[in-house]
Structure formats: C-alpha cells, structure tokens
Design a protein around this ligand. Structure first.
Ligand code: FE2
Length: 260
C-alpha cells in the first residue's frame, strides 16, 4: 500500500504569520516527507484577505494550494489572480463569483482533491454547506481518491456534523477560522480524519491574531476600534495527515504546534 503525506497549515495571520511560515515550513516539509502542502491564507494580508504578494510569499514558502474563507474578498488583489493561482474559496459562495471551490493537485504520488467550504452558524450567509459539499465531493471523487476538506466555520458542532456527514467519502475534514487549535483530532469509523480547528500560524500574544489593546477597548468600553495585527513571536499550527493513495482513507492525523 502506498501512502501520501499531506501537511495542512492553519490560518496564516498577517506579517508575523507569513514570516513564521517562511521560517518553519521548509523544515517541516522535509521532516514529514510531505507530498502536498495546503495553507489557509485568508488572513495573510494584515489579518484580512490575501494580496497577490502575500500569496506569492506563501507559495515561495512551500505551499501547493491556498484555501480561503469569509475574508476571501477583503483584498481587491484577489480578483486579479484567483482564477489563475492555486487558490480556492468556499464552494458555497454565490454562483457566478470568480474563483473555484475545489482543485485537484497532481504532482505527488497520487492526485489530491482540495475542497473549501464555509459554515453558516455565526457566519455570513452562504449556500447550504452540506449540500454543496456533497455535490463537490461527488464531482471530485471521479478525479481523486484522496480529498482534503477545509471547513471554514465558527461552530464546533457544525464542523463535527460535517465530519460525520462526509465520513468515508473524504480523507479529512479540517476546521479553520477560529484560530484556536483544538485537541480533538481523530479518525472516524469510515476513515475520515477530523479536527475541529487546525489553529493559526501567526502572533499568539494578541486576541486571535489582533492587537489585544484595541480588542480590549472594544469589549471593555464598547467603543469602535481599528484593529491591527498583533506583533511579536509567531507560532505555527498545522496537522499532518497520512493517507492510503488507493482507498483515500486517513491512516494518521497529528497536531503540530511550533514556536518560531
Ligand atoms: Fe475566517
């Protein structure tokens, strides 16, 4: 049985996130003998969206594909490159918008499908994530046995429900968006790896990436604040997935958390 090794890196946040990724990713790719690296980059440009320059930095660091989320359209650059780059945005956005919701990566030991979906609980309106996921996975399965799903969602329950919904149909359902790495990684009965949230690659001394003073002012004094990314030492959060290339079943999911 041959295996494919995949690294999924949690939300890269601002300059600290990009620098942390560039510093730590090359070594991780070697250490885990990674065939494909997927990075969530929706917060890479100053905490909101992804400029072309930031996308280039993430690819230079070693990513094969960048996934997005609710901040997909926050940086106008995205319209210039989203149709040409290996950057995917949630599949359940309104029909006719630029970009794709999934992609098949093909340079490794087997093709790997990557699918981006956004949740609906405490999130902006979008199409039914479950129906959209099922339709996209049905299309992807004719092209790839190994499929990685980035479920960009707030509520743990919605993420767990998606994992059970897709169990046996995809290799992994990996939660993103909360920026807090959860300790619930597991492989479900059907062979689908799951974690509620992969976490954040960025500054961990703020409030989910943002400078804590502005956030505190907002919560404590209830006055509008302009947020800026926190600075200081960065930390990388990721998960390592090993899967069978033929069945697509996950054999291993391992949480990674490293300080820069
Ligand atoms: Fe998000």
């Amino acid at each position: 049985m041959s295996k494919v090794n995949i690294l999924f890196v949690g939300d890269v946040f601002g300059r600290t996130g990009r620098e942390t990724l560039s510093e730590l990713l090359p070594e991780l790719l070697t250490e885990y003998d990674i065939d494909y690296c997927i990075v969530n980059g929706e917060n890479a440009a100053h905490g909101r969206g992804l400029s072309m320059q930031c996308a280039d930095e993430i690819f230079m660091a070693g990513a094969d594909c960048i996934t997005m989320g609710n901040h997909t359209w926050d940086n106008n650059d995205i319209y210039q490159y989203i149709d040409d780059y290996s950057v995917i945005r949630p599949v359940n956005f309104a029909e006719g918008l630029p970009g794709r919701g999934y992609i098949v990566l093909e340079d490794g030991p087997c093709p790997v499908g990557v699918l981006s979906i956004q949740g609906r609980v405490y999130m902006e309106p979008c199409d039914n994530p479950f129906e959209s996921a099922y339709k996209a996975v049905s299309e992807l399965r004719s092209r790839a046995s190994v499929i990685i799903v980035d479920f960009h969602a707030e509520a743990t329950a919605e993420k767990a429900a998606m994992a059970y919904y897709l169990d046996g149909l995809v290799t992994a359902v990996l939660g993103t968006h909360t920026h807090v790495q959860t300790a619930d990684e597991q492989i479900l009965q059907g062979g689908t790896a799951f974690i509620s949230d992969v976490g954040m690659t960025g500054p961990h001394n703020g409030v989910i990436g943002m400078d804590r003073n502005a956030v505190l002012n907002k919560f404590v004094r209830c006055v509008p604040q302009k947020f800026k990314p926190s600075e200081g030492a960065g930390k990388l959060h990721a998960v390592f997935i090993q899967a069978d290339t033929e069945t697509g079943r996950a054999e291993m999911i391992k949480r990674i958390s490293i300080e820069a």
